[in-house]
Design a protein around this ligand. Structure first.
Ligand code: FES
Ligand SMILES: [Fe+2]
Length: 362
């Protein structure tokens, strides 16, 4: 277990990957005919809904003189800049009117664009696609979806701002060794409950998966679903750029969650946690109860990263150790492989050759 490679220093784009969808705002916080500001990957955005409720996202900057478009006003699917009244189609960014122009040269107006981003509602978020380039013809994959396994289920969302780079947010999310120290509670577990763990990981496109396993006796799933008396299996996946999926199945009962760590700026990120389940349908207040515990867990991670950011200010030398930090190493290798594939146009070379068993104590 020798201490290994120090953490890669930040890349030019501060580790933020483009060519992916990111959750920008909760869908419910943007009403029809309204706009809100948001920030993704250091890019200021204005996000809104047209008169039909369809979401849109534009760079929050008028191409004329940089006035934030969010100060403008929205009418049907046109946004009028508050400075000189240029009007833009919110779904394409195309300029449709320049009030000061005498000639009325429609053709020239149509060649002006505000920077526009694909936007979509999915799982209760407005997702925004952050392209590789500002070319308007980049093919856009479908927005991510939380897997669900029945028609009836509960869904809830939680989020927390983290004052660290997206890389620290993500490796904190996949780090198995902090549990007994950060997530302590007398009824849950203490540092004295540390035991050896062994899990098999396998490569999947753009990420890796912990093979379906029986949860350990001190895990959340075991404690909660043990009441059903059926075999429980858990699957955990990480997928670039920033998603951790966890699924628990117990007979027809299921629980599915996704944690997404989204880069806001180079030194800030946000965790968005979204969970769906069909278990305990008959238990009253289940959503509220679940939220109390989930909020507590996320709060523990958030306070830890707030403290960590105090240490990171002075650019310390850092390390990743085997096997507990191996998933973090894979994350950096996956990012490198993704960027390399983009640079060369070759298929991505997956850094994990095949199933591999990791051991650690937690
Ligand atoms: S700055 Fe927007 S119209 Fe001039
Ligand atoms: Fe945690």
């Amino acid at each position: 277990m020798e201490p290994d490679s120090s953490l890669p220093t930040e890349q030019s784009d501060a580790g933020m990957l483009r060519g992916f969808w990111y959750p920008a705002l909760l869908s419910a916080t943007v009403s029809r005919g309204k706009m809100r500001q948001a920030m993704l990957l250091g890019t200021p955005l204005v996000i809104g809904r047209d008169a039909q409720g369809r979401p849109f996202a534009l760079r929050d900057s008028c191409p004329h003189r940089g006035m934030p478009l969010s100060y403008g006003c929205l009418e049907d699917h046109f946004l009028e800049c508050s400075y000189h009244g240029w009007r833009f189609d919110v779904h394409s960014g195309q300029c449709r009117e320049i009030p000061s122009w005498v000639t009325g040269d429609k053709l020239k107006v149509d060649r002006i664009y505000a920077v526009h981003f694909p936007a979509e509602d999915q799982d209760g978020y407005i997702w925004v696609y952050m392209p590789d380039s500002e070319k308007r013809d980049e093919p856009v994959p479908p927005a991510p979806r939380l897997p669900v396994f029945s028609s009836q289920y509960r869904l809830t969302h939680l989020s927390a701002d983290l004052p660290v780079s997206v890389d620290h947010g993500i490796i904190g999310l996949m780090d198995p060794a902090h549990g007994p120290f950060v997530h302590q509670a007398w009824w849950w577990r203490t540092r004295h409950s540390i035991q050896q763990k062994e899990k098999t990981f396998e490569p999947i496109p753009n990420g890796f998966r912990i093979q379906a396993h029986k949860p350990s006796a001190n895990s959340a799933a075991y404690k909660l679903l043990g009441v059903y008396g059926q075999p429980i299996t858990t699957t955990i996946e990480f997928v670039l750029p920033n998603m951790r999926f966890e699924q628990i199945h117990c007979g027809d009962n299921w629980f599915s969650s996704r944690a997404t760590v989204t880069p806001i700026t180079a030194s800030q990120c946000r965790i968005d946690f979204c969970a769906a389940w069909n278990v305990f349908r008959r238990v009253p207040f289940m959503v509220s109860i679940f939220r109390i515990f989930a909020r507590m867990f996320i709060g523990q991670d958030q306070r830890t990263m707030q403290k960590q950011s105090e240490g990171l200010k002075y650019n310390p030398h850092l390390m990743l150790i085997d096997d507990a930090d191996r998933p973090a190493k894979w994350y950096f290798q996956l990012k490198q492989a993704y960027l390399e594939a983009k640079r060369t146009g070759q298929p991505m070379r997956h850094p994990i050759p095949g199933p591999i068993t990791l051991r650690w104590r937690s």
